[in-house]
Write a protein that binds this ligand. Structure first.
Ligand SMILES: [Zn+2]
Length: 283
């Protein structure tokens, strides 16, 4: 059975781009007689606001979507810690004490997520009481797994290139946010039985890393569907701070939610919104 998911973080309101993402995931599941799952990714401790999750549910309901909600990330911390421990035991994690500024100074390459970590702390001795992040030794991990591939429904089969992202952080330095997106989302998708990981093209590069983690941790390998992003008139991702109204604003303003959902399904975008690339027909 096809299981897709929508996994927003409650650190800001949802906007049109989220609505599009949720509708794509919902409709892909529905078209295949599958299940659409909502997962609240609420472990960004400092920025997470619990009341926003209720707004998210109201937004999805307003759009006319139906979903099954699974446990939020904050209820899964033990699972993240256990997986990190396993990778550490395999000798695949190393501690890193670099700051963002250290990395920006030392980096020689840019990835999709900013400067690529150049491996400064790999093999370095770090005092035991110093706060550290734990990074994946990607070259060593890939040496053990051998070449990996994964499939995006739109882009086709991909040779996994987690090396392009460098040695990503799996366990954050900040105790408030213990697991990184890479570790948490990969474990969650497996635990939730997600068979089709549906999300925006901005996370395409992350899937290379997730494929590697699945192999290392013996998790099932889903298919992916990365959809085009909706952009504002300046070609930037939609965000409330750049004047794009939130779904909650639209809902409270009396806009017709199902009509908005229908327009997005038919790829009729409101004025000032452009797709980052040609949109496929409705799913
Ligand atoms: Zn470091």
């Amino acid at each position: 059975m096809t299981v897709t998911r929508f996994a927003p973080s409650p650190n800001g309101p949802l906007h049109l781009g989220h609505a599009f993402s949720a509708i794509v995931a919902h409709d892909l599941a529905q078209a295949r007689g599958g299940r659409f799952v909502l997962r609240i990714e609420d472990i960004d401790g400092a920025r997470s606001r619990a009341e926003l999750a209720d707004e998210f549910r109201a937004d999805l309901e307003w759009l006319g979507l139906e979903w099954t909600e699974v446990a939020p990330q904050s209820a899964r911390l033990a699972r993240y810690a256990a997986a990190a421990e396993r990778l550490r035991d395999m000798g695949l994690l190393y501690p890193c004490r670099c700051t963002r500024a250290d990395i920006a100074r030392a980096a020689t390459a840019d990835g999709s997520d900013g400067p690529v970590y150049p491996g400064t702390c790999r093999g370095a001795a770090i005092p035991p009481d110093e706060p550290v992040a734990w990074r994946l030794d990607v070259a060593e991990a890939l040496r053990r797994t051998g070449p990996l591939s994964w499939t995006d429904e739109r882009a086709g089969e991909q040779l996994a290139r987690p090396d392009l992202a460098g040695d990503v952080v799996l366990v954050r330095k900040d105790a408030d946010t213990p697991a990184s997106y890479h570790l948490a989302a990969t474990l969650d998708d497996a635990a939730d039985g997600v068979t089709l990981v549906t999300r925006g093209m901005d996370l395409f590069a992350a899937s290379h890393v997730h494929r590697l983690l699945q192999q290392l941790l013996g998790l099932p390998v889903p298919a992916w569907h990365h959809h085009p992003l909706l952009l504002d008139a300046d070609g930037k991702k939609l965000a409330k701070r750049r004047g794009s109204p939130s779904l909650a604003d639209r809902r409270r303003g009396g806009e017709d939610g199902p009509a908005l959902a229908k327009a997005l399904r038919e790829r009729r975008l409101p004025a000032g919104i452009t797709p980052g690339e040609a949109l496929d027909g409705a799913a």
